[in-house]
Design a protein around this ligand. Structure first.
Ligand SMILES: Nc1ncnc2c1ncn2[C@@H]1O[C@H](COP(=O)(O)OP(=O)(O)OP(=O)(O)O)[C@@H](O)[C@H]1O
Length: 486
């Protein structure tokens, strides 16, 4: 599908002309409405910048301009967790010992911001992500609020997306087919096919997967797999997206591209939460907020650019030219003595003070007066809170597509997978032929002899048993034996 850039020129507050985007237009598409829809999105994003009091020339950057112009702005979803404790029973038979993984942590992520969840290995990042997404519910104490109301798990799962550390891609499908299946399942059936195709090709473009669009997922690189997993979750424009280590296995340029894409989503109103392990300084500064974990406790939550000042207020000066992300990870790992307890106390005291006073946004910095920039950021978060649209999305039940449509999409997907697995298909064909001939010979002409009635039931039983076991065989072969043979 060809894309043709359309230059959009807008005026800012000081009447400066600004080229803001090269809008993608489907070359084959003659519908004016999609073009005007794109323009609307671009215009609204510019206006939003003005509302937040920022009047500046928006530069046209090649990586930004073509990103996801066909996805609509996300719904506002703010998530807050209070006194979250996760304890697991230990021991094999008598599980009377308990291990505390997360110890009474609180925090929040807000719409329009990209939050990094950081911490040394074993600090509890993945566990926190699993609890927030609702993958872990057992042995969890504390509250999780969505837009200030108790999280209702089934509806929250529907409006959120979770890209886990390990991907689960079907090896026989190509990149484009994988995204198309995701689009067919996640975008409502009423939406025109053209639009779904447009979204798929846009995600392929934005994630830099054009070169491997027609390559099977078993043949693409680790970085491409990661980007594809993210792309699968983007098709329905989630309001909140959780990503567990999205940059692991990516080179610096891919990593940069991936984080830029997530930042673009955040700017559209999506709440982006990423667990990340020691990001480079360049990647670190792209995040809006940091949620730092150490030994299952929170030692810092606030804007990334205030971290160094906060630490220096606690007597921990970040060496010049040292990456703040590395510095806080070193502190959390105990390289600067036992600082974790002290930082946890400072953070908790600050939260309590916040609650006791004007219930202001608890993302301001402990022991620091927020500067003008931070106030502006705080205001924008509050604005987002006011903008909260607690509409149907939280109470909406059901899936975007009908059961029948889901069945059709999955049958088509399975058919493609079966046809592309020659070894399994040939094996199955051969087994059916051989067993068919054997059964045929064994029970030859039993139908005409009333004395062989019992043989008829034996024939039916045997045939059913055979069909049942052969339909199970692909799963057993694919997941247990084939990897060992390769
Ligand atoms: N079900 C469980 N039973 C016992 N221990 C667990 C369980 N789940 C997590 N843990 C432990 O909790 C700690 C935190 O695990 P988690 O995977 O959340 O860490 P992480 O910060 O994501 O680490 P990494 O960066 O290495 O992925 C680890 O020490 C882990 O062994």
């Amino acid at each position: 599908m060809n894309t043709h850039p359309v230059e959009v020129v807008m005026q800012d507050n000081q009447d400066r002309n600004t080229v803001i985007a090269g809008c993608c237009d489907n070359g084959e598409n003659t519908h004016g409405e999609l073009e005007s829809f794109n323009m609307q999105l671009l215009t609204s994003s510019l206006q939003e910048e003005r509302v937040h009091g920022i009047s500046r020339t928006v530069e046209s950057r090649p990586s930004d301009v073509k990103i996801l112009v066909n996805l609509q702005d996300a719904q506002t979803v703010n998530v807050e967790w209070k006194n979250l404790t996760y304890t697991v029973p230990e021991g094999y038979i008598f599980k009377h010992k308990h291990k505390i993984i997360l110890n009474g942590i609180s925090g929040e992520v807000v719409s329009g911001e990209m939050t990094a969840v950081m911490g040394p290995s074993g600090a509890g990042k993945s566990t926190l992500m699993n609890i927030l997404t609702g993958y872990i519910t057992k042995h969890v104490e504390g509250e999780t609020l969505v837009n200030n109301t108790q999280r209702e798990l089934s509806s929250f799962r529907r409006l959120s997306s979770y890209v886990m550390q390990d991907d689960f891609l079907l090896p026989q499908l190509t990149v484009k087919e994988t995204l198309t299946v995701a689009a067919n399942l996640k975008i409502p059936s009423g939406v025109p096919v053209n639009y779904k195709q447009l979204v798929v090709s846009e995600i392929i473009d934005a994630l830099g997967l054009k070169d491997c669009a027609n390559t099977k997922t078993c043949q693409i690189s680790g970085g491409q797999r990661k980007r594809l997993s993210i792309g699968q979750e983007l098709v329905n424009n989630p309001s909140i997206i959780f990503l567990d280590e999205p940059t692991s296995g990516l080179d610096s340029s891919n990593c940069d591209q991936c984080i830029t894409l997530l930042k673009t989503l955040a700017k559209r109103g999506c709440t982006v939460v990423c667990s990340i392990h020691q990001p480079s300084a360049r990647i670190y500064e792209k995040f809006d907020k940091l949620y730092m974990l150490a030994e299952g406790q929170c030692i810092y939550q606030g804007p990334v650019n205030s971290l160094v000042t906060f630490l220096s207020c606690q007597g921990l000066d970040c060496p010049t030219y040292h990456n703040p992300a590395d510095f806080i990870t070193e502190i959390a790992s105990g390289e600067y003595g036992d600082q974790v307890g002290k930082l946890v106390r400072v953070f908790n005291t600050h939260r309590i003070n916040c609650k006791d006073s004007t219930k202001q946004h608890c993302t301001t910095i402990p022991q620091l007066k927020p500067n003008e920039d931070e106030r502006a950021q705080c205001n924008s978060s509050l604005l987002n809170n006011i903008k909260v649209d607690l509409t149907d999305i939280l109470v909406k039940k059901g899936y975007p597509t009908s059961l029948f449509n889901q069945f059709l999409v999955l049958v088509k997907r399975t058919f493609l997978c079966v046809m592309r697995e020659p070894m399994l298909t040939q094996l199955r064909l051969a087994t059916h032929l051989v067993v068919g001939v054997m059964i045929g010979l064994l029970f030859l002409s039993i139908g005409n002899d009333a004395g062989k009635m019992l043989n008829n039931s034996a024939f039916l039983f045997f045939t059913l048993l055979f069909l049942m076991f052969t339909s199970m065989m692909p799963t057993v072969l694919t997941y247990n034996f084939l990897p060992a043979l390769q």
